[in-house]
Design a protein around this ligand. Sequence first.
Ligand SMILES: [Zn+2]
Ligand SMILES: [Zn+2]
Length: 321
Amino acid sequence: MSERVESEGFYEMVWDCDHCGTKGLLGKSQRHCAQCGAPQNPDKRYFPTPEQQTKVAGHSYEGSDRYCPACKAPMGAKANNCAQCGSPLDGAREVRGVEAPIVTKRRRRIWPWVVAAIVLLVFAIWWFFIRTSSAQMTVVAHRWESTIPIEQFGDHPQSAWHDQMPAGAQAPVCHRKQRTTKQIEDGEECHTERHDKKDGTFEQLKKCKTKYRSEPVLDDWCDFTIRSWFKVDEAKMSGTGLTVVWATAGVPTLMPREMQPGDLTPNLGTRRQGARSQKLTIEFANSTCDVDAATWRKYADGQKVKLEVRARSGDVVCSSL
Ligand SMILES: [Zn+2]
Ligand SMILES: [Zn+2]
């Protein structure tokens, strides 16, 4: 989000006379006290109240004033000699100016503690959960679980945004529904800042940021049916040992590869097997590992296996099988 900065012009800083106590003298146009004639002390400049500020019409900013090295009177940036005492202004220092108020909140240094806590946490996680050591474990059992999804051809209900409906969607019924939100510009949030230009004036800046509000974006959400294969059931088997058994009871004999796209359209209600999957597990005394078929068959029941375990919990690191 960008900020828009607009100058509202230059205004007189004000100062108080050290000598006679006159207050509210103008920083730019009153280089001497109107009361007693004493020169302006630039260190005594301050911002006027917003109601009392005096605009400097047609001000062209030339740079910060400098202290006369001899008498300390403030001289314009372009002056070569002090108008007060005649001293040359070579090497004269810039006036101090009113600093923007510094928030001197004593903040305790918290980041070393945060870093220490993170390091400790990382170490603790490593110590308890990651650190491993070598061990010998006995394979207690082999377990398997087989799943055959059962799919049926028919008209199945589905829902989607109108522009994302699949080809072949039938009898769509749509209604308006919020899909996203969009951000809409909603005016500006502004504040003014005053910057001491150190030449007896300050510049007033108006800084504005665009505000936004979110608004719902509606679209058509459609319910429809689509004629295709859908999973309606699954047949699971599980057991121990090295022979995976696949369910047959209630499982259609038609296999998915026998009904490729482009085949004759099956009758409505036809059932077939979906893609089969199996979960193979090696069981140790205190932990189990789900593994691929090759790893599963590599070890026999009762075999002692050299592998990595978590040093703390003794759980087998399955990737070391
Ligand atoms: Zn005075
Ligand atoms: Zn001087």
